[in-house]
Design a protein around this ligand. Structure first.
Ligand code: GLV
Length: 368
């Protein structure tokens, strides 16, 4: 494990260690998995325009997210059922995030509860919310998160139904029987059991409210004081609606390419959303982030920060808390190096002119 030099190397170790059903659940995307590949490939079409002879003897990677100062603009996205990856699951992730000085987002479908995660010690944490048909349960969940000291709600808006992940269907994916969705313990909300389909797809069909719409975002604002981020925006139209409804921020996400296949890579969709938001709310993104250079590209396109998912889940599977810590450190160090080699001393200095994208052909080049 000492020889690991980038976050991608954890995936092969995780694949070896984990039962096939579990590895496949984390790894797979929807249907043809075009978007899954594109989430990565799109970064390789964005190139740098580095500035030279800038004094980069001091680099400041810190960022401010919803008023919280963090060590770097790299945060942890919600990923479900982490005890399938490692016995310490979300607890190990929470400790590693705090140690790295960054934000963890706990999934509604965590195998640890909000209270358990809070009990690991101080740290800024967000709670990812699926709106269930039973609104009393939703209100209870949000209340629990608020009481446990969570600082924001990341409302997933791209999952009225679960995307078709064929590996999960073939494997008859189910949550191992020694684990539960801890936040729902004591509530009669069914289980992610073996069916003749993906157990999670059936669970979502039973529990998640397909009627969720913008009015419900307003309703959510009435039941909590926490800032609400909408996670799953891919268009200018929806960015506008999100701002109108008064969200605290937008997360450009295609759910790790696990929902609708053939949506663009998030790094491709990001700038459209940033332009529509017009600086009225911060825009974040997730999807395919594996390198510090990816983080820099997202910031150059206007993101206020990025979230990672699979890289830390595979690091968790491979090496527990130590793995997640190391994954975060490697991304931090790569990002800092990218800043130095591009001539940026703070994230404020990262600009659109530091990159060139395939859609820049019509842009005016800087005048000499
Ligand atoms: C959960 O959010 C999943 O995409 O499996």
């Amino acid at each position: 494990m000492e020889n690991i030099t980038n976050v991608m190397e954890y995936e092969a170790i995780a694949k070896e260690k984990l039962p096939k059903m579990i590895y496949d659940y984390y790894a797979s995307g929807a249907e043809d998995q075009w978007t899954l590949r594109e989430n990565r490939n799109a970064y390789s079409r964005i190139l740098f325009r580095p500035r030279i002879l800038v004094d980069v003897s001091k680099i400041d990677t810190t960022a401010t997210v919803l008023g919280f100062k963090i060590s770097m603009p790299i945060m942890l996205a919600p990923t479900a059922m982490q005890k399938m990856a490692h016995p310490e699951g979300e607890l190990a992730t929470a400790r590693a995030a705090s140690a790295a000085g960054t934000i963890m987002t706990l999934s509604s479908w965590g195998t640890c509860s909000v209270e358990e995660v809070a009990s690991t010690g101080p740290g800024v944490r967000f709670f990812q919310l699926y709106v269930l048909k039973d609104r009393n349960v939703v209100a209870q969940l949000v209340n629990m998160a608020e009481k446990a000291g969570f600082k924001a709600i990341a409302l997933t808006v791209d999952t009225p139904r679960l995307g078709r992940r064929e590996a999960d269907i073939k494997n008859r994916f189910a949550l191992p029987s020694n684990l539960t969705l801890k936040n729902f313990e004591g509530l009669d909300l069914g289980t992610v059991d073996r069916t003749n389909d993906s157990g999670l797809a059936s669970y979502v069909a039973d529990q998640v409210d397909r009627s969720l719409n913008w009015k419900d975002v307003k309703w959510l604002q009435t039941i909590t004081k926490l800032p609400i981020l909408v996670k799953g925006v891919l268009t200018a139209e929806d960015a506008n609606l999100a701002v109108q409804v008064g969200v605290a921020g937008i997360i450009v996400s295609n759910h790790g390419a696990r929902q609708l296949d053939y949506v663009p890579a998030t790094i491709t969709a990001l700038e459209e959303v940033v332009k529509a938001a017009q600086g009225r709310v911060p825009v974040f993104m997730d999807g395919g982030v594996r390198r510090g250079t990816d983080v820099f590209k997202a910031l150059a396109l206007g993101a206020s920060g990025v979230f990672i998912g699979r890289p830390y889940v595979f690091a968790l599977a491979a090496d527990g808390e130590v793995g997640v810590r190391k994954a975060l450190k490697m991304l931090h160090d790569e990002f800092e190096l990218t800043m130095a080699l591009s001539g940026c001393r703070s994230i404020k200095e990262i600009t659109r002119a530091h990159i060139v994208t395939p859609w820049d052909a019509l842009r005016v080049t800087p005048r000499l």
